[in-house]
Design a protein around this ligand. Structure first.
Ligand SMILES: [Zn+2]
Length: 167
């Protein structure tokens, strides 16, 4: 591994101009042009939910100030020098702002939909399930699908002391 890295470094000619902050690399192959990076983004929003099968006060409709942390890994685009626009991640997650998120089997869905749209998910909208749901929504977003990247981790905070993480 280290040996191959040294060979790779040796292949790359480095030109240092008179300005020491300017270094120009000359990679020998297309493979060497490919740089990978991990991006990290935090998005916050307000939304309400209730847990249909929970015994306790989380069974009542209530709100949270949600915080979502997203890790994205992918190839850096040669022209734009970015993996994915941070705003693409923000735009997708902010769609949940001021929404009500419910289990699609929750009888409250039909009641609320007379007045406003409801985000329906496949199960009780816990932070665990919500993390998976956001990952699916993000990976199916048209702008996200245009880039060569994937979501490697999502952490959903429903309070400053409670979060769920999925890989
Ligand atoms: Zn809650």
């Amino acid at each position: 591994m280290i040996q191959s890295l040294l060979v790779k470094i040796q292949k790359i000619a480095i030109l240092i101009s008179r300005n020491p902050l300017s270094i120009i690399y000359y990679p020998e192959s297309a493979e060497e042009l490919t740089m990978r990076a991990t991006l990290y983004k935090i998005v916050t929003f307000d939304a309400s939910h209730r847990l249909l099968h929970y015994v306790g006060k989380c069974n009542q409709l209530h709100g949270h100030h949600w915080k979502v942390e997203v890790w994205v890994e992918g190839n850096v685009d040669e022209k734009t020098q970015i993996v994915v626009d941070y705003n693409t991640i923000k735009k997708v997650i902010e769609r949940f702002d001021h929404m009500v998120i419910l289990n699609k089997k929750d009888p409250m869905v039909a009641c609320l939909e007379r007045y406003q749209s409801v985000v329906q998910v496949n199960g009780d909208p816990t932070s665990e399930l919500f993390a998976q749901h956001i990952k699916n929504i993000l990976e199916n977003d048209e702008d996200f699908k245009r880039v060569d990247a994937k979501v490697t981790k999502i952490r959903v905070w429903e309070s400053p002391t409670s979060c769920a993480e999925i890989l």
